[in-house]
Design a binder for this molecule. Sequence first.
Ligand SMILES: [Ca+2]
Length: 551
Amino acid sequence: MGAPFTIILVMKTVLPLRQGCLPLPLCYLVNSESWIQGDFAFVCPSPCSCTKDTVICVGYSSVPRTIPSDINSLSLVNASYRELAEGMFSHLPFLQLLLLNSNSFTLIKDDAFAGLSHLEYLFIENNKIDSISRYAFRGLRDLIHLSLANSHIRSLPRDAFSDLDSLLELDLRGTDLQCDCKAKWLIGWLQTTNATVSDVICAGPPEHQGKKLIDLTYPKTHSEIFVVHQVLPYQSLSVDTFSFKDDIFVAIAQPNVGNCRVLQWDHIEMNFRSYDNITGQSIIGCKAIVIEDQVFVVVAQLFGGSVIYKYDESWTKFVKFQDIEVSKISKPNDIEAFQIDNEWFFIIADSSKAGLSTIYKWNGKGFYSYQTMHEWFRDTDAEYVNIDGKSHLILTSRSQVPDIFQWNKNSKQFVQQSEMQHMEDVIAVKSFRIESDLFICLTRFIGDSKIMKWNTKEFVEIQDLPSRGSMILQPFSFKDRYYLVMGSDYTFSQIYSWDVENKVFAKFKEVYVQAPRSFTAVSTDRMDFLFASSFKGNTQIFEHAIVDLSL
Ligand SMILES: [Ca+2]
């Protein structure tokens, strides 16, 4: 914040005093006190001085009512009244500058500046303000500069400045601000506002006296919770989410009844409602792939091969699009879709000893078998990862250690690159990023699951988490919060949250899901959900919410 500029400077630069507004007869001064404007005359109140655009009053007992409504600058100094009441200046809708310095105001009420939609400069300096109502500054969307300097303000109501979309400068010097927990919102606002704000110095409580507000840290006053938002009365194995034409959908694999159930988020009811149902046999995965304006769902089945459905806009449902060639696949366990150089692929991981995990490629008309992966593995999961700008696939296996493949740009094939030693019997692999760091987590059923970090050469273990009958360890994030959820067939599922300071995952919450098989994060309408599929019970949708305990 630079040195405070004077009012005169403001008025010269922003509101040039048009003292040369004459020629006659448009406006001219009469006896220094009266003006004629066009055919309208007014008397400048006696403690005031007036020009065509500007009125300055010293010691006046109220807001003058007889002045022209089109003035753009009003100054009231040494006024004797105590409160700024609702709509007090609404008869002066063209005001661009309002100066209320050196008065005895103690209270600014809600909507005190109602109707001043063009106001750009507001000075309320050298007062003794005890109380500002929550909506005192409501409607001041054009306000650029607000000064409350030396007005001995002890507290500011939560979100006091939330309407001030155009604010560039805020002067809060010389307040008596109490930096108790009620001022905490102001720290958050100071950290995010685009306005330049003077240093806010705490006048109390004693432990904070003289400190800058923005330097204070408060005990945590918010809590993140996961609460059940919706229960889907059926079992499921996987949940995939996709968006199409501004709508959010999920595709849920239900092996026991052989359905791929498609739900759509209902913006009005605020829940997920049934949209379509793709029927099959022993469906283990439904993976949506959106290519330009076409939506496909790859449906992997234990029996009867695997098929692709496509959304048909005229039928408003999914219709069968093609069978896929599955002669090398015996027991699909996972589907993963990815893009390399703008080309679309998906891989089906095969968990039988004799089967081969197979990559399929979109050729503009259909998906065709493109590459088969390593032999004699029982692949449990596939994960596409971009490592240092290069495409990789990680395959995990019941019988062998995880295998990392790298895309060769010349042969346009994945080539085996490395194995992750001492990591036998991994059920699932997922990758995630926290800021610029790349991690993977490897799920084991019993024993230790692992979190590993890419160190520019290889993945190195940074943390192990105890698995108690775990089929899934899933990373997810909501806004800037990072979580991991570890499913368990024998106890509660454990949600971990990323500890930013110590850079590890810490136990956070437990949720109960019977035989959890997948967790999928879905965000819509500013709400965050975690789908928990259950092989033996209901599919649950948890809502992630942040509760502010300081309210
Ligand atoms: Ca996968």
